[in-house]
Design a protein around this ligand. Structure first.
Ligand code: ADP
Ligand code: MG
Length: 559
């Protein structure tokens, strides 16, 4: 039996680890399963390049609770460790065997999906365990090793009699962490962090219908049919999907695969997504993922199901703030990138060069997808407009690059249900809607019913009236007014729309001069002139003998 001290410079690092390594104690399980996954992926790589004589087979990872013994076991069938390797990788805190492996097999293993990085993950076990054991058998001929450490810098290392390849980690759960001996707690954690990890993870067993059994139906003498019960068999309960859609090639996926994956991600989300964007880039950074446009309402606070961030199929967080531009945080889906620095502050993230590139890549992909939807099926795009406009309008306001792209496909619906792009709109109104300074005036209504009379009057003059009713559209109008030359927006009930250049005006008054005077006096009495203007037959509308308008400046002052 060997004895020694864990090789760290600080005298007693364990209390520090326990307190400060990660703020969330629960991530110990993610770390240990990541190590088990790495060990399996390393073996896969070594067998594939002929550097291991071991048979790879169909390895899985098992998580087991021993409630009575107050122990949690994580068992893998990966490459295992020799006693020397335990000395090297485990006893040296902050020495990462994962990093070493990637450096050694630089050319061939860079896409192997190996997770480890900092050489600290293993020690997170001490956040919940008072004692940790490793029983491990290397894929080589070396004998198995048994390492024990009770949270002090002293450990023991001896030979063990394990014969099957792989590693078993045994956590003796501490008194203050017994929640991790609960089935439901472990299942919840597995579901949160490991749902899409690449090696099957077994947690208990379950009963399923035997696929090889077809229940027989029999008839008794009265002709009554009875079907025998289905035969049940016990199988491993595999909690993860090792091949989630985002890791596949877009060409290998049907529309239904994307929809099914959406349901896998958000099991209690009943709405279907509108469309998806498959992200896939490996230079200058590595990133895969699928983003979904959900049906949006005008409610900006509808966020519950969020974009999830993964690294090599390990869940990291659903707070992607700083990684995707803010307007896209309204989308759903997953992003998987080993190149996003973790455990760093959000403000650092925003300044990080790689993260900036990732953010602008995502913005560009989303814009390209929208553009192609617009080009390929304009009718369908128009149908979806109400559900997607919030994201697009918000993006146009907040990201200059997105504005430039979206300018060609952002739509401006009219009260008659037509949809113009900005260019189409200005072409349509150029000749008939200019004010006395020659500025093109874009008329809009925000409520078809309330502004019905004004809309009708404007239509009678052959003006186009937009229907703009999203909560941020007033900001977008301001943005357009400053970005585009020679245009201004005016609400359909603003005063000066009567002064626009119009086609021939052939108003025949329906009111006599007497009637006009009476009406005028009457209206002046009831309508405050500092707020509204009254014009008799100003809009030569068939519907209204007079119009009450509110000057645009007065209206804007109120807002
Ligand atoms: P990292 O995963 O970042 O390299 P860890 O502290 O999580 O660091 O693990 C340290 C090292 O211990 C790993 O790199 C690996 O070499 C070794 N190790 C940990 N768990 C296992 C395991 N289940 N099977 C084989 N080796 C392991
Ligand atoms: Mg690790």
């Amino acid at each position: 039996m060997a004895k020694g001290s864990i090789n760290v410079s600080v005298e007693n690092i364990f209390p520090l680890i326990k307190k400060f390594l990660y703020s969330d104690h629960e991530i110990f399980l993610r770390e240990l399963i990541s190590n088990a996954t790495d060990a399996t992926l390393k073996l896969k790589h070594l067998t594939s390049i002929g550097e291991s004589k071991s048979e790879y087979g169909e390895p899985k990872i098992e998580v087991k609770i021993d409630k009575e013994g107050k122990k949690l076991h994580i068992i893998d069938q990966g490459l295992g460790m020799t006693a020397e390797e335990v000395e090297k990788y485990i006893n040296q805190v902050a020495f990462s065997g994962a990093e070493e492996f990637l450096n050694k097999y630089e050319d061939t293993a860079k896409d192997s999906g190996i997770i480890g990085h900092f050489g600290l993950g293993f020690y997170s076990a001490f956040m919940v365990a008072e004692k940790v054991e490793i029983i491990t058998k290397s894929h080589t001929d070396a004998p198995a090793a048994h390492w024990t450490c009770d949270g002090s810098p002293e450990f023991t290392l001896e030979e063990a009699d394990k014969t099957d390849r792989g590693t078993e980690i045994i956590l003796h759960i501490a008194e203050d962490s017994t929640e991790f001996l609960e089935d439901s707690k472990i299942r919840e954690l597995l579901n949160k962090y490991n749902k899409f990890m690449p090696i099957p993870i077994k947690f208990g067993t379950k009963e399923v219908n035997d696929p090889d059994f077809t229940p027989k139906t029999t008839k008794d003498e009265n002709g009554k049919e009875t079907t025998e019960p289905h035969k049940q068999i016990t199988v491993d309960d595999i909690i993860n999907n090792p091949n989630p859609a985002w890791t596949k090639q877009p060409a290998d996926l049907e529309d239904d695969d994307y929809k099914n994956f959406y349901r896998e991600l958000y099991p209690i989300q009943f709405e279907e997504p509108l469309f998806h964007i498959h992200l896939n880039v490996d230079y200058p950074f590595n990133l895969t993922g699928i983003l979904y446009f959900p049906k949006m309402t005008n409610d900006l606070n509808m966020q519950k199901d969020k974009i999830q961030l993964y690294q090599n199929q390990v869940f990291v967080t659903d707070n992607v703030e700083g990684i995707v531009p803010e307007f896209l945080t309204m989308l759903r889906g997953v992003i998987d990138s080993p190149d996003i620095p973790l455990n760093v502050s959000r403000s650092y993230l925003q300044a990080d060069g790689a993260v900036k590139k990732i953010s602008s890549y995502i913005t560009r992909k989303v814009a390209d997808k929208l553009k192609s939807l617009f080009n390929n099926n304009r009718e369908d795009f128009e149908k979806k407009w109400d559900d997607i406009k919030i994201v697009i309008e918000y993006g146009m306001l907040s990201e200059e690059k997105f504005f430039e792209k979206a300018d060609s496909f952002a739509l401006y619906p009219t009260v008659d249900g037509k949809y113009f792009t900005f260019e189409e709109l200005t072409n349509a109104i150029k000749a008939k809607q200019s004010d006395k300074d020659g500025k093109m005036v874009i008329l809009y209504a925000s409520n078809k019913d309330e502004q019905h009379a004004y809309i009708q009057a404007a239509k009678d003059k052959d003006y186009e009236v937009l229907l703009l009713d999203s909560p941020i559209v007033s900001h977008l109008m301001q943005k357009l007014e400053t970005t585009k030359e020679n245009i201004s927006f005016a609400r359909v009930d603003a005063d000066h729309i009567d002064n626009l250049i119009k086609k021939d005006d052939t108003t025949i008054s329906k009111l006599s001069e007497d009637e006009k005077t009476t009406l005028d006096t009457l209206l002046k009495e009831v309508i405050p002139s500092e707020k509204f203007m009254v014009q008799l037959e100003a809009m030569d509308s068939n519907a209204s003998p007079f119009m009450i308008t509110q000057p645009e400046f007065m209206r804007r002052m109120k807002e």
